[in-house]
Design a protein around this ligand. Structure first.
Ligand SMILES: C[S@@+](CC[C@H](N)C(=O)[O-])C[C@H]1O[C@@H](n2cnc3c(N)ncnc32)[C@H](O)[C@@H]1O
Length: 291
């Protein structure tokens, strides 16, 4: 097969590159994805003046080009996202999940001499930040409209992670274009939570201050981000094989407090992957309760 630059990706090289990518980030690229692999890597080859896919494979294995491995992973993974994506999960968040987290927070507070720990939410595979920003704004709207008089925004902390440093750095700026905001952010919420600056929109300090961005790769052993009350892990497991899905879900289960909740993407489920969660439907979304 020849790419637009006339580069040829031989089946054997394709198999080696795919294997390397699966080890690096979990994404499965079978022979049917050869075109995708070739298309996504050709721009990188041009930019780095690497002449063949075989040379790329060799440089990946010998590690002689600093940052190459991360650039390859970034070229391969899909960063598609939007604010309040699929709407229903964020309805469930506001109507059911935040109130449930609050009840547990109140119970912890009254049963412990220690100051209550914040409600901790993890947006795993957060891409450019639309999901954690939706979670922060969703929580602020819930508080603003009388959801919980006993909670302050600082009682809700969101950890947002992604494999890509470049994407995490972009998310940290809190800067979005008109086009980004047109995908899911209402004009009313835009006015309340973003300020215009040099032709784009910047997230205001209050929602931004609730979010901590960190780089994190599901393939690496031991999650080590602490215990969460709620995990949003959406539209990333679909790229992994069942063995990695099982490993990730086991780690997520360990990362959730008993009684905590897991939200997956609309095309993802725990069917055949784990029986350690109770499946519930809230506001039209499937939600998993850690038993
Ligand atoms: C399609 S986006 C989903 C974004 C968001 N969760 C949503 O549903 O809108 C998938 C994200 O998963 C990240 N990703 C892919 N493989 C990963 C891995 N092994 N560890 C952590 N993040 C990964 C990608 O960088 C990408 O930003």
């Amino acid at each position: 097969m020849a790419s637009e630059r006339g580069l040829v990706l031989q089946p054997a090289t394709q198999a080696e590159l795919s294997r390397w990518i699966t080890q690096a980030c979990g994404v499965i690229l079978g022979p049917d994805k050869a075109y995708l692999l070739e298309h996504r890597l050709t721009g990188l080859l041009t930019e780095l003046k690497i002449d063949t896919f075989e040379a790329l494979r060799d440089r990946l294995l010998d590690g002689r080009i600093a940052g190459l491995r991360e650039r390859v992973v970034e070229s391969i993974v899909t960063h598609e996202t939007s604010f309040f994506r699929d709407r229903h999960p964020f309805e469930a968040y506001r109507q059911n999940l935040l109130p449930a987290c609050r009840s547990r927070w109140l119970a912890d507070r009254s049963s412990s001499m220690m100051p209550a720990r914040p409600i901790r939410i993890w947006s795993a595979a957060c891409s450019t930040g639309q999901e954690p920003v939706s979670l922060a704004i969703g929580a602020l709207e819930w508080l603003r409209t009388g959801g919980a008089a006993d909670l302050r925004p600082s009682d809700i902390r969101i950890v947002a992670t992604d494999i890509s440093n470049r994407i995490i750095q972009q998310a940290r700026t809190g800067r979005y274009s008109d086009g980004d905001l047109s995908r899911g952010m209402s004009p009313e919420l835009r006015t309340r939570y973003f300020r215009p600056e040099n032709g784009s929109w910047v997230l205001e300090n209050e929602p931004a201050g609730m979010i901590e961005y960190r780089r994190f790769n599901f393939v690496e052993a031991g999650f080590g981000l602490g215990i969460f009350d709620l995990v949003f892990c959406r539209n990333v497991l679909i790229y992994f094989d069942d063995a990695l899905k099982k490993r990730v879900i086991e780690e997520l289960q360990r990362s959730l407090a008993p009684g905590g909740y897991l939200m997956l993407g609309s095309a993802e489920s725990l069917y055949g992957i784990s029986d350690k969660f109770q499946s519930l439907v809230m506001q039209g979304s499937q939600v998993y309760l850690r038993t």
